[in-house]
Structure formats: structure tokens, C-alpha cells
Design a protein around this ligand. Structure first.
Ligand code: SF4
Length: 434
């Protein structure tokens, strides 16, 4: 019998849980450091007590930056086994979290399959599932219906749920008055907004927040406070809608922590590069150090087809300035449902961003592989180079497809190879260019 309901409660009571031990070992930190950060809310260990096969990870700005991959059954891809293969491939490629955004059919079997078989943190957005679950139009659903879906997801072993608690009826007037270029682009946020507009009622995720906290406490579900008003274009970035919601998310963070419920806060969005660092600092201050989970930020609006790159640029800057968790973005963003290759490109771009940020913020041992890579490049140890690579398969394939005459160079510069020339020059050897 556990002496605690949630990781946060354990941490506050001075108990180091097996999950904290596991996170400490992965992050080169002491279990006591992890416990302290979980107690303060600066690290979230999303670990539903019913997700038995979970390989726990900590989310916090002082830890390795984590990445999330969105998958799930849809009308166009409704085979559970095919989707599960994609999930496992994503985990293999380095995703620490999978958000199940299933939007078709009976979503429960796939959700249960995930928490029974997948070692990554599993997240969901219960409001997406509400319409599907009840098979009723949004306007006919009640606040109680939404809350019961949260309970269902908690009972199915989901580790974190995105809830758009931060918008209220006041937001309806504000969105109209502000005349944003892109209004609301958060899918969950737009559903909450639409429900409030159609029913005339207050946001149920805000109004019944305490009841939701009780459910999350019972199963140790982390709340990822959704940012309904995240900017959907550069012109809307850092406006009053975004910042006012962030202030409310800070208040809700404190209320959740008072009940020992762990919290992450979701963030932008689309944002010019010169605003990213300030936004990260503002979130840390307004949300009391709770881990920031960013969706991008996408740093230019005019690169459809390449938004894994626009997001990686913003994601690297955001994580270096304090964000803890990056949601992957694929080349298909704004255009279509990602295919397998898009998923791979999205994951690799996010991993590069996360890793680059970890080096900049001096996460313990983050640069070890880079230093080993430099040694392997200098000594032309190609096997070692593949070992150090984020994507060895691609690196190996490129070299094999354009093989050089000699092993101590590549086909880029051939005998003009600077590395080869320097090795020879420094050891007093003759350098034959022609
Ligand atoms: S040939 Fe040029 S690119 Fe290739 S290893 Fe040597 S210096 Fe680097």
C-alpha cells in the first residue's frame, strides 16, 4: 500500500519513490535533488499509478529536455496495430512521451493498449475524446460529461491530460475585441470556446477545477494546463489574450499543487525569435517554476513543408531559455496528417533542438557524445561516428551512397581533406594532394 497519492505528495513528505530513483539515475542527479524539485513543482514525473510498464522520466528545465510525439487512430488510420507500430517506432527514435489524439471510433481499446504496452509517458486531451466517446454533438455535452471522460482516461492509466482551464467567458469578449489574425488555433481551446459560446456557460474545466484535481490526485495524473490562446501566427504573439491566460494558468498551478497534483504549463505557438527568451522567463515567473511544455515555437509563418525546422529553431531557443518539454512538429504541420516519414523528420528535428538546448544549459553529460564525435571525426573512426549520431542509419547511408577513394576522408573534399592534412602535418608526414 503506497503511503502517498501522488509523486508530489511523496516528495513533500520526504519520501523518495522508485520513480524518483529511476529519474535520478538517468539524469546524473541524486534522488534527493529530484525529490526536492518534485516537491517544489519544478519537476513533474508524469506517472499514473495504473501505468505499470512506464519507464519514468522527469520533466523540468534543469533536466534533459523531453520530447512528445502526437499519434492516435483517426478516420484515415484506424488500424490499432499499425498505429501501435508507429508509437513504438517513435519511442525507439527517442520520444519520451506519446500524446494519444485519437479521433475516430472507440478510442478506449487503443488508449488501454498504450498504457499496457508503451513505456513512454502517455498524454491525452479529454475534450477531443468527449465528442467521440458520447457520439453526441459538442453543444449537447454537459460539464459532467467532460469530467467523466477525464475520470475514464485516469482509470485507463493516462499519465498526463491537457485541460484548457485558463480561458473563461471573459475570453469570448476579449478574442472579439483584440481582433487577432488567427483567433484561437488550439484544437482543444477552440472546442472549449465553442462550447461556452453555444451553451452560455462557464468553462467547465475552470469552474470544476477542484473536482478535476481530486480525480487527478487519486490516480496521480499530471495536468498539462493547455494554452487555448497560444499565438497561431507571429502577429498574435505575446498579446493580451496569451499573457492573460498565462496569468490564470499560474493561479491554477498553485491550486493544483495545494492538492499535490503535478502540473506542466503549455506554451506557444508561433513567435518571433526575439520574443522567445522573454516569454520563457515570464512563464517561469508567473507559473512559479512549473515545467513549460512548448508547441514550437514556430519562428516564421511562411515555411509550410518545413515547419519541423521552424519549430526546431524556436524549440532550441525556448529550451535553452527554460522550457522543459518540446512537442514535435512535422513537415506536414498546417498541411496534412503526418505520414511515417513526416513523423521521423519531426522527431529528429525535435531531438536536435532538445539536445542543442541541453548543451547550452549545461545539463550534466549532455555534451559527452559531441566530444566523442569530435575525437571520432579526427581519427576517422566511422563506426564510432555512427555510435555518436542521433540518426546513425541516415548518416551511414549517406556515406555509403557516395563512398570516397580512401577511408581517411570523405567525398566532400577528397585529398583536400583538412582533417587528413592536419593529422599528417602534425605527425610530420608528407601530404600528397595531387
Ligand atoms: S573530406 Fe572534408 S568534409 Fe570530409 S572529412 Fe575531410 S574535411 Fe571533413
Amino acid at each position: 500500500m503506497r503511503e502517498y497519492a501522488t509523486q508530489m505528495e511523496a516528495a513533500k513528505k520526504g519520501i523518495v519513490t522508485p520513480e524518483m530513483e529511476a529519474v535520478a539515475a538517468k539524469e546524473y542527479r541524486t534522488p534527493e535533488e529530484i525529490r526536492q524539485w518534485v516537491a517544489e513543482g519544478r519537476v513533474a514525473i508524469c506517472a499514473n499509478r495504473l501505468h505499470k510498464c512506464l519507464d519514468p522520466n522527469g520533466v523540468g528545465s534543469m533536466l534533459r529536455t523531453k520530447i512528445n510525439v502526437n499519434l492516435g487512430v483517426s478516420r484515415d488510420c484506424k488500424d490499432y496495430n499499425v498505429e501501435m507500430q508507429k508509437v513504438m517506432a517513435a519511442v525507439e527514435m527517442g520520444a519520451e512521451a506519446i500524446m494519444d489524439l485519437s479521433s475516430h471510433g472507440d478510442t478506449q481499446p487503443f488508449r488501454r493498449k498504450l498504457t499496457a504496452e508503451c513505456p513512454a509517458m502517455i498524454g491525452t486531451v479529454p475534450i477531443y475524446d468527449s465528442v467521440i466517446h458520447y457520439q453526441r454533438d459538442l453543444a449537447t455535452l454537459t460539464a459532467r460529461d467532460f469530467i467523466e471522460v477525464i475520470r475514464l482516461h485516469a482509470q485507463d492509466g493516462v499519465d498526463f491530460v491537457t485541460l484548457h482551464c485558463g480561458i473563461t467567458r471573459r475570453t469570448i469578449d476579449q478574442i472579439r475585441a483584440q481582433k487577432r489574425k488567427m483567433n484561437i488555433v488550439s484544437r482543444g481551446g477552440s472546442l472549449v470556446f465553442a462550447w461556452m459560446s453555444m451553451t452560455g456557460q462557464e468553462n467547465p474545466f475552470y469552474e470544476y477545477f477542484d473536482e478535476i484535481l481530486d480525480i487527478c490526485r487519486e490516480y496521480d495524473v499530471t495536468i498539462s494546463l493547455g494554452d487555448a490562446c497560444r499565438p497561431g501566427c507571429l502577429a498574435d504573439a505575446s498579446d493580451v489574450c496569451q499573457i492573460e491566460e498565462l496569468v490564470r494558468l499560474g493561479e491554477l498551478t498553485r491550486r493544483a499543487w495545494a492538492k499535490d497534483v503535478q502540473v506542466m504549463v503549455e506554451g506557444p505557438g508561433h513567435m518571433p525569435m526575439d520574443q522567445i527568451e522573454a516569454n520563457m522567463k515570464l512563464q517561469q515567473s508567473l507559473c512559479h517554476g512549473a515545467p513549460f511544455y512548448v508547441l514550437g515555437p514556430i519562428v516564421t509563418d511562411i515555411a509550410p513543408g518545413y515547419d519541423h525546422i521552424t519549430a526546431a529553431i524556436g524549440g532550441a531557443m525556448a529550451a535553452a531559455a527554460g522550457a522543459a518539454f518540446l512537442c514535435y512538429v512535422t513537415p506536414a504541420e498546417h498541411l496534412a496528417l503526418p505520414n511515417v516519414e513526416d513523423v521521423k523528420q519531426g522527431i529528429m528535428a525535435s531531438r536536435i533542438a532538445a539536445h542543442a538546448a541541453d548543451i547550452a544549459k549545461k545539463v550534466p553529460h549532455a555534451r559527452d557524445a559531441d566530444d566523442a564525435m569530435a575525437d571520432a571525426r579526427r581519427t576517422f573512426d566511422w563506426e564510432k561516428q555512427w555510435e555518436c549520431s542521433l540518426d546513425p542509419e541516415t548518416a551511414r547511408a549517406i556515406r555509403a551512397s557516395r563512398a570516397p577513394e580512401q577511408e581517411d576522408s570523405c567525398s566532400m573534399c577528397g585529398k583536400f581533406c583538412a582533417v587528413r592534412s592536419m593529422n599528417k602535418a602534425l605527425s610530420g608526414e608528407y601530404i600528397d594532394i595531387l
